[in-house]
Design a protein around this ligand. Sequence first.
Ligand code: ZN
Length: 101
Amino acid sequence: MNFCCKSFSRITDGVPCSGFKMLVRDHEGQGLFFLQFRSLDREAPLPTGPAAVGLVFASEMRLIYCPWCGVNLDKFYATEWRDLSELTKTMELNLDHRPMK
Ligand SMILES: [Zn+2]
């Protein structure tokens, strides 16, 4: 895969752990790019009690341009966004299956 820059490559690679991740999702045949921040590792136990009140486990924002090199992501990945989407699917964080205590 041809990445726009090393930073973008690094953030789409690796295990689904805490920190920043790039996710590419198929929305009605269009690739949408999201920068996601996670406060917990995927397998980490959820905090409980008063410390968990109001805690945000993940937040994300849609990106149009690469935050490191500035390319237009839709244009740069016009032919490869589906491959990126498959790659980043493995990093999707599904909090729905985790029980809240
Ligand atoms: Zn870039």
